[in-house]
Design a protein around this ligand. Structure first.
Ligand code: IMP
Length: 429
């Protein structure tokens, strides 16, 4: 029995929520392995709409949720999210949610530094979510992070706060931002410790037990390959590795446990925040895609930039992300266009590239090379089988498969969970 990892294949917001929810109903446990509360999933179950940032999506399907060590956890955000979904009738207890003891914590000073640095960057800002994700990962790598397990050791907390504050207050002062007091932070952390600690455990041990018992594990990625700190459009990226390989290190399992890697891609392309976007459309077509696709960020509320499907970019994501099959979402947004374009490569300084080079100058200069396909007049919305799709829509999907060098495993044709065409069950490897 295979496990499945779900990752974004573009710049995030590909509609992972719906696909993860669909897969979660077939899994026994859902594991978050990177990112933090910068992610945002909207899940519609019956007449309830859940907005999740940090909680693994399987919780709404009453599946065990695990937050792995690769996630940076804002404990206040976690408790607030638990309270929010509990008010909607969902039960989140230490019996249904586990948190890795070695997960680094996001403190208020991380958000403050994130926002102060963005403000100082002015026009060159990255467009972060301002939630302290980058500074928290920096502290992890710099070996000064406070981790979930530290909440059980007041002496450790106290010593770590000294080191953290020396670093952060120096930076905050330099940026003209407010500094933090140790006593207040220590008091806040000690006050939330009894609420967080019941969820904390060595999750690698539990995952090992579950795996040996033949349970199905779903690894739920956040953000996407083009926001990966190594493989994305650096520096306009998030601060974690978003590729499928991270599912192993970010949960504490071997790489063989990860199983089938499902990459999610929209049938067109969007991006929030700044950074290169070769197939972006700053015209009526881009506007139409945004309106029809309701392209507003779940976390930020910002309008997403829209453009044509960039097959060269997704092919790159397939290769570096380890994607075995694609789930193509929001095909219905393309209904009624007379013609559709697919990006197949780039022209940069007179040279042709099949991939997006890493150098920022080249990325900014990349002009897309397009292939034009006929659109379709019928509707794909709500289709549940290939037979219900217009012939041109099938051609569009097949051409994407050829260009990105990966099969389309799932096709999503509306926000409804059951409006999905399954070509292959990712759990049946
Ligand atoms: P950070 O993750 O808050 O540091 O933001 C870095 C970049 O990643 C910014 O361009 C954000 O807009 C983007 N980003 C972070 N999380 C998401 C997400 O869940 N979806 C889409 N973009 C995201």
């Amino acid at each position: 029995m295979a496990n499945v990892a779900v990752i974004g294949a573009q710049w995030g917001d590909e509609g992972k929520g719906k696909v993860v929810d669909w897969l979660a109903s077939r899994a026994d446990v859902v594991v978050r392995f990177q990112g933090g509360h910068n992610a945002g999933h909207t899940l519609v179950v019956g007449n309830q709409t859940y907005k999740l940032s940090l909680l693994p999506s399987g919780l709404v399907r009453e599946k065990l949720g695990i937050i792995g060590n690769g996630v940076v956890v804002d404990p206040w955000a976690l408790l607030a999210e638990i309270a929010r979904v509990q008010a909607q009738g969902l039960s989140v207890t230490p019996g249904t949610l586990r948190l890795a003891e070695n997960a680094p914590l996001i403190l208020p000073l991380h958000g403050a530094l994130d926002r102060a640095r963005e403000a100082a960057r002015g026009d060159a800002k990255i467009g972060t979510t301002g939630r302290g994700i980058g500074p928290a990962y920096e502290d992890k790598v710099a070996r000064r992070a406070i981790r979930a397990c530290d909440l059980a050791e007041p002496a450790t907390l106290s010593a770590k706060l000294d080191e953290l504050l020396l670093h952060h207050n120096t930076l905050l002062r330099g940026l003209g931002a407010e500094t933090f007091e140790k006593a207040a932070l220590l008091e806040q952390l000690l006050a939330l410790a009894p609420q967080i600690l019941p969820f904390v455990e060595p999750v690698w041990e539990r995952l090992d037990e579950l795996r040996r018992a033949g349970k199905r594990i779903l690894f739920e990625g956040a953000q996407a390959v083009m926001l990966d700190v190594d493989h994305g459009t650096y520096p306009f990226v998030t601060s974690s590795n978003t590729v499928a390989a991270t599912a192993a290190s970010g949960a504490g399992v071997g790489p063989g446990v990860v199983g089938f890697v499902l990459g999610i891609a929209k049938a067109y392309c969007t991006r929030v925040g700044a950074g290169p976007f070769p197939t972006e459309l700053n015209d009526e077509v881009g506007q139409t895609l945004g309106d029809r696709g309701s392209e507003f960020g779940t976390v930020t509320g910002r309008r997403r930039r829209c453009g044509w499907f960039d097959a060269a970019l997704v092919r790159q994501a397939v290769k570096v992300g380890g994607i075995d099959g694609l789930a193509l979402t929001k095909l219905d947004v393309l209904d009624g266009f007379a013609a559709l374009r697919l990006g197949t490569g780039y022209r940069i300084d007179g040279k042709i590239f099949r991939h997006l080079p890493a150098a920022p100058g080249a990325q900014a200069a990349a002009a897309p090379i397009y292939e034009t396909l006929e659109g379709w007049s019928g509707s794909t919305r709500g289709a549940r089988s290939w037979a219900e799709l217009p012939a041109q829509a099938i051609k569009y999907v097949r051409r994407i498969e050829e260009l990105v060098e990966a099969p389309v495993t799932l096709l999503s044709t509306s926000p409804e969970r059951d409006d999905t065409i399954m070509v292959r069950d990712p759990f049946q490897d």
